[in-house]
Design a binder for this molecule. Structure first.
Ligand SMILES: [Zn+2]
Length: 116
């Protein structure tokens, strides 16, 4: 019985991994747009002021200009989420879909995904 449970658990883990890999290669258009905006450094959240001609946004937590680099790598407010999702500088915005997925999950977990 114990063996069956172990096998069952192993299979579930493997299936989950395969599903994630498949998802990574099939980003929908919205997710692709989000990643592209992040790559060029012009997400709506931090660059809308250019269109609206208002003052650039400042991070309420740190008092520094709100940039995508600040959100992804610097802001102390999101440090725990960065650790939880294993977000590192090396993993940011490269071509690896698995890493892109991590960034999207990070933005989702800090409730900024819809503002990018
Ligand atoms: Zn901050």
């Amino acid at each position: 019985m114990a063996v069956t449970l172990e096998r069952s658990r192993h299979k579930t883990k493997s299936d989950k991994k395969n599903n994630i890999q498949m998802e990574n290669h099939n980003f929908n258009r919205k997710k692709e747009t989000t990643i592209n905006r992040l790559r060029i450094g012009h997400p709506r959240l931090t660059h809308e002021y250019l269109v609206s001609k208002e003052e650039p946004l400042t991070c309420e937590e740190c008092g520094t200009p709100l940039t995508i680099k600040h959100i992804l790598t610097e802001c102390q407010l999101y440090q725990q989420e960065r650790i939880n999702l294993n977000i590192t500088l090396d993993s940011l915005l490269g071509p690896d879909p698995a890493q892109n997925r991590k960034i999207l999950n990070f933005l989702k977990s800090i409730n900024l995904i819809d503002l990018i």
